[in-house]
Design a protein around this ligand. Sequence first.
Ligand SMILES: Cc1cc2nc3c(=O)[nH]c(=O)nc-3n(C[C@H](O)[C@H](O)[C@H](O)COP(=O)(O)OP(=O)(O)OC[C@H]3O[C@@H](n4cnc5c(N)ncnc54)[C@H](O)[C@@H]3O)c2cc1C
Length: 495
Amino acid sequence: MKMSPDPDNLAARRQQVVEALRPVLPAGSLLADVEDTRPYECDGLSAYRQLPMVVALPENEQQVIDVLEVCRRLQVPVVPRGAGTGLSGGAMPIVDGLVLSTAKLNRIVRMDPVSRTAIVQPGVRNLAISEAAAPHGLYYAPDPSSQIACSIGGNVAENSGGVHCLKYGLTVHNVLRVRVVTIDGDVVELGSEAPDAPGLDLLAVFIGSEGMLGIVTEVTVKLVPKPAAAQVIMASFDDVVTGGNAVASVIAAGIIPAGLEMMDRTSSRMVEPFVKAGYDTDAAAILLCEADGTALEVAEEIERMSEVLQGAGATAIAVSQNEAERLRFWSGRKNAFPAAGRISPDYYCMDGTIPRKQLGHVLTSIEQMESVYGLRCANVFHAGDGNMHPLILFDANQPGEFERAEEFGAAILALCVEVGGTITGEHGVGIEKINSMCVQFSSAELEAFHAVKRAFDPHRLLNPDKAIPTLNRCAEFGQMHVHAGHLPHAHLPRF
Ligand SMILES: Cc1cc2nc3c(=O)[nH]c(=O)nc-3n(C[C@H](O)[C@H](O)[C@H](O)COP(=O)(O)OP(=O)(O)OC[C@H]3O[C@@H](n4cnc5c(N)ncnc54)[C@H](O)[C@@H]3O)c2cc1C
């Protein structure tokens, strides 16, 4: 465990770093006073906080290069930061580190409706890309529920998903090229604007690398035409297992809806009074299934999906009758996380992925865990992708509740692995799921990840101690957690 530096040493170190950075950054782009750095102390995982030593807000790529040069020379760890909406602590600062914010790199460099691409700086908001593309009848498909605020650089680092990713793909399927500054100050371009790039697919390695391999300074994204029509079905179910199985039935019928989302009763009841989306709050679970395309395609798909859902046990079906109603149905789902604040002082949002056919089993198991841990859990998720977001409700002011919420979350992730899934779908590992990486991966696999990190960042300065646990950490974790009768990494030395 890293020891906190002595306050006098930290102050002297801050002074040294500020003096080295002052010549390379404009006034106002370097923050070192506590009242200025406080807003950067956490991301969306606000249970974990740490004030950074300094914050740099470069205004162009050359300033990014210069900041990294100073950090490399003085061996200062660097935490990249977009909008700070991440839910796994990826942008959480390091006590003697620098936060490199992309907030001022927020320009749309080029909008090209002919090639259906846009080149944007990393601090551009996800939704701002679609807004700029709208006059051309185009949009950027991956739509995290945080899209009003989150940055495209953060999306690249987390390989973010959203409601429409089932049909249109995740960030990795919609980004053609990134321009990156490495910790050595080199500018490299990964991918290309052509459909494929020569050489190893390093773009795919980089997307989802959580700020550990380089700083993204430019992104080329694909744009897709806005569908002529779209409608959404809201289907009600008497129990979550039948609802979960209905998701598998839709996909098994050969339909790829534009969105296929599920909310349990706890979720629809917490959202409905807030958003007035028109949800069936008596149903144990509701599914939202969207069809998009031409008017004829939408009509046909809505009819087929309705048949499949009824065959799978839906007790009621409502279809949006106009665009306002369609947006209202989605607004409830998109506001589910903030709505948790209406029924609980705190919530802990988990993110695991499971094979679709396991949805019913996993939801029942989570229900049983609620009494084991003495905490409620609301389930909202991208059901079509098998990407679950259990929201564990707790009160941080009650002694022990946060620790129980963490244990509950870890147990859910272990269950995801047990049924053949993964510990993250789209929110990344960060600091939140670092122990769960020891459950998911063998020591040989973790060592391979470390080797990739070393190839990009031999000095271990970019977002160190995030996302990939050390083998020693796994050994310590293994001592505490026996999983399915086995100690993970039992052969490793304990300390
Ligand atoms: C209410 C709410 C709803 C959400 N819904 C979704 C959802 O539906 N789908 C989803 O996938 N996520 C969702 N998220 C999580 C979050 O919005 C995404 O992970 C998003 O991509 C983070 O973007 P950001 O700009 O806020 O990044 P930050 O939180 O600032 O950073 C995230 C990670 O990216 C790294 N990073 C940021 N910029 C760069 C850069 N330029 N170069 C290198 N590394 C960088 C950081 O170091 C960190 O590791 C939600 C969050 C909230 C609060």
